[in-house]
Design a protein around this ligand. Structure first.
Ligand code: P6P
Length: 332
């Protein structure tokens, strides 16, 4: 497949169309689905940027399935993305951080499944720190037209047809892959359009940044502690925003590693395989990096339940390989 380089500044819509033309097998459905995601992202962007003024900041007063206090914007984002997928018609079911069970959209002809964290890092909303949406797209396995099955939503990361994130920060960016490299689009709100700003993104093989919550240092395993000591010996920069998409995006551009390991409190770490780790693993691999749970490739893990948590080490290949080496030495 040709990587016809489109000029920086190309509008998202034209980029999607061109890529669709490049890959004859790519039906228009996936392209339309990406447009639906971009539209919902624009709506959520607008809600976020005026949350402080429209009483949308703060807690909603309910808890999600994770037992976390839902923020009003969590709920708003979940509603907006769900509605975009329902109305778009391409998606038959969704799994979401904000929904306890599989959401059947009653689009029996929809060929796609979405796994989404509508607004990750939402505890940062009220303090005006960057937040993000993370999504994975799968093809349904069970026959189109029939009821959605569990096999449709519990697919390995290697089955993703696309994945991406939207970062709501000093600017709003959509970064995604369909398996042919990673491209980043910056939102121009005055025009209501995303424009290609980061073409064929590649993560440096090694990096000078490590991102981990060292407040939990005493509950980390020995290999993780040893890796942190090595980072300090190498005089690396500790950068931890506490918002996964923001930390991931900075490390993707500059080189680095993000770690959310098993802790005494969370035996499998805190992050969710289906709608956080798999999407970022697909992106980082497409950009030349790696993602592991410490011993296995994230995208090869077979999910058992939709809200499954896994330890997560993601970023520059040399850094992830070193952590794996230390974990293997301990297990040997
Ligand atoms: P901790 C936010 O709640 C989140 O899911 C990620 O965005 C972030 O990286 C992580 O949890 C922060 O968790 O335990 O370090 O506060």
């Amino acid at each position: 497949t040709s990587h016809i380089a489109l000029p920086v500044g190309t509008a998202l819509d034209r980029f999607i169309k061109r890529k669709q033309d490049d890959f004859p097998f790519a039906s228009g459905e996936l392209s339309q689905l990406l447009r639906d995601i971009a539209l919902a992202g624009k709506i959520v962007d607008r809600e976020i940027r005026r949350a402080g003024l429209s009483n949308l900041a703060g807690a909603f007063g309910t808890q999600n399935v994770q037992g976390e206090q839902q923020q009003k914007l969590d709920v708003v984002a979940n509603v907006r993305f769900t509605r975009a997928f329902k109305n778009g018609g391409e998606v038959c079911a969704i799994i979401s951080e904000e929904e306890e069970k599989i959401v059947d959209l009653a689009n029996p002809n929809g060929r796609y499944i979405i796994a989404i964290d509508p607004l990750d890092g939402s505890s940062n909303i009220d303090v005006n720190v960057s937040i993000g949406t993370i999504f994975s797209i799968y093809r349904r396995i069970s026959p189109v037209g029939g009821p959605v099955q569990e096999e449709d939503v519990l697919q390995r990361g290697t089955a993703q047809v696309a994945a991406g994130y939207i970062l709501f920060s000093s600017s709003t960016m959509l970064v995604y892959t369909t398996g042919n490299g990673v491209n980043g689009f910056t939102y121009e709100p005055s025009l209501g359009e995303f424009f290609l700003s980061h073409q064929n993104m590649r993560i440096p093989e090694d990096g000078g940044i490590y991102s981990i919550n060292e407040g939990s240092y005493h509950s980390f395993s020995e290999p993780v502690k040893q890796y942190i000591e090595e980072c300090k010996e190498r005089n690396l920069s500790a950068r931890y925003i506490g918002s996964l998409v923001a930390d991931f995006h900075r490390n993707l551009l500059k080189g680095g590693i993000y770690i959310y390991p098993a802790t005494k409190k969370d035996k499998n770490g805190k992050l969710r395989l289906m709608y956080e780790c798999n999407a970022l693993a697909f992106i980082v691999e497409q950009a030349g990096g790696k993602a592991t749970n410490g011993t296995e490739r994230i995208m090869e893990l077979t999910p058992e339940v939709i809200h499954e948590r896994v330890p997560f080490f993601v970023g520059s290949t040399k850094m992830v390989n070193r952590v794996k080496e230390l974990m293997q030495l301990q297990n040997a």
